[in-house]
Ligand binder design. Sequence first.
Ligand code: FEO
Length: 167
Amino acid sequence: MLSPRLIDELNLQIKYEMFSAQLYLSMAAWCADQQLDGFVIWFKAQAEEEKFHAMRFFEFIDDMGGRVKMTGFEDPQGDFESLTEVFEYSLEHEKFVSKRIYHLMNIAQEEKEHATISFLNWFVDEQREEEKSFSGVLQQVKRFGGEGLYHLDKELSTRVFTPPVIA
Ligand code: FEO
């Protein structure tokens, strides 16, 4: 049985993952306004991935006999100065999410809650990938302008989110 503190913190993570989806859709909308169609596809796929993360927390809390609680959040930022700002902002957001996962892991370890530790291990690895992915695109955006950005936009348009099979 999970402690009330752990249930509250895991529920809070559903909110942050759903906020991430909302933020990335907001970024997709900004990219659409800039006619960056490949970036729109990339951010929409990212938003799907964030909803998948949120649902993993939802199902885990429920499986462990906890009460899932959905809570709301403020509007995500919708205006940006440049594509570089979009990716700097999103990379910072991912770093924040990584800190949240570490925070959850610290509580689970403190409480010797091994099922939760095992569940969170997947997210520790996932956050490393997420930061790498955002950081990689940020570097490319900074390096390529003009014509190069057109090719990057084309490359990002191939992204598809396929939910991973988790053992
Ligand atoms: Fe679910 Fe991008 O962290």
